[in-house]
Design a protein around this ligand. Sequence first.
Ligand code: SF4
Length: 81
Amino acid sequence: MALKITYDCIACAACVEDCPNQAISEGPGIYVIDTQRCTECVGFHDSSQCVAICPVDACVPDPDHPETREVLLAKKETLER
Ligand code: SF4
C-alpha cells in the first residue's frame, strides 16, 4: 500500500530527496505523499526510504490504499515510462 505522512511531520523535507518516485511534496503545513506515485519503494529498495529517514516516524502505511507487491511493481513500471 502507499504510504502517508501524519501530522507528526515537522516539515524537515529529509524524505523528499530519498524518494525514488518523486512522490513527496510540500503540502499545507506538512509534506504529503502522492498515492499514485508511491510504490513503497518496491523495485528500488528493500524498505521504504522515507520511513527510514524520517526523524519523527511520520511516514506510515496508508490503509486506505492497500496494494499488493505485484500491483506496486506494475505501478513502478508505469512511472518509469
Ligand atoms: Fe517514496 Fe518510497 Fe516513501 Fe513511497 S515509500 S513515498 S516511494 S520513499
